[in-house]
Design a protein around this ligand. Structure first.
Ligand code: NAD
Length: 246
């Protein structure tokens, strides 16, 4: 499906020295990982995110939350990075400074070969103590949920739930990368969840060219200099090709 890459955008990317990218659940959709909304189907159709993705929900029903994440973890382990992830890994090699900030928890960027990845929402493959917040690698995998060997509290996925703060150091690095880039790409995110949604606006205020890649219109669209309305796995390889890297 060829799409039109505006020549002005190609020129801007060809001249840029510093590029920052923000990705959301949409970039992994073509790998077969459902967005939160799509994941609340089938077995999980009777639950809502207040029960599955908050610390209050976990306190009320730790077994339910652990099992939801265990199912998602299995699904993530069973899929592959798609052409969108791979094109970003390729693009990284071209620039003197390239920062990939992701809201995803699925490691698909790293598996595709991206190096400079800032994870704003944690990683589903990691587990931490719900009381001490220390990351734990050894635990009884049959328990649901297992307990921390040091303090006995339940272990939980090392992801950022609704109402929780983002890791401050990761957020600070993402904000700096947004403020210092020449081009900012916002890919597969609905641009509704703050503070991540503020990153493209910061970039724009600091003078960067802001590009959105998303089949749907979002809250960011009218602030973007370019909006490419097609799936990331289609647009990104064509963007690379336009830069002579395909
Ligand atoms: P979101 O708010 O980031 O919305 C997804 C966006 O992707 C939508 O705007 C949609 O139009 C767009 N999109 C769909 N298919 C696309 C494609 N092929 N190419 C480009 N864009 C596409 O995501 P959400 O599902 O509301 O999740 C919110 C948060 O939940 C995430 O930021 C993340 O922390 C977590 N989450 C992570 C994953 C993952 O790691 N893959 C999956 C689901 C949810």
């Amino acid at each position: 499906m060829p799409i039109e890459i505006p020549p002005k955008l190609t020129e801007r990317l060809a001249r840029a020295r510093r590029v920052t990218v923000l990705t959301g659940a949409g970039i992994s959709a073509e790998s077969g990982i459902p967005t939160f909304r799509d994941a609340l189907s089938g077995l999980w159709a009777n639950y809502d995110l207040q029960e599955l993705a908050t610390s209050e929900g976990f306190a009320r029903n730790p077994k339910l939350v652990w099992e939801w994440y265990a199912e998602r973890r299995l699904r993530v382990a069973g899929v592959q990075p798609n052409p969108g992830h791979r094109a970003l890994a390729q693009l990284e090699k071209r620039y003197e400074a390239f920062t990939l900030v992701t809201q995803n928890i699925d490691s698909l960027h790293q598996r595709a070969g991206s190096r400079a990845v800032i994870e704003l929402h944690g990683n589903i493959a990691r587990v931490k103590c719900s009381r001490e917040h220390t990351v734990v690698s050894e635990f009884a995998r049959d328990d649901s949920p297992p307990c921390c060997a040091s303090c006995g509290a339940y272990l939980r996925p090392d992801v950022v739930w609704f109402g929780e703060l983002l890791p401050p150091e990761a957020l600070a690095r993402a904000e700096a990368a947004a403020q210092e880039c020449d081009v900012f790409l916002s890919i597969g995110t609905s641009a509704q969840v703050y503070p991540a949604a503020d990153l493209p606006l910061r970039a724009r205020a600091a003078g960067a060219t802001v590009v959105e890649i998303n089949p749907e219109k979002t809250a960011l669209t009218h602030h973007a200099h370019f909006a490419l309305r097609a799936p990331a796995g289609v647009v990104l390889p064509q963007l690379l090709a336009a830069l002579g890297e395909g």
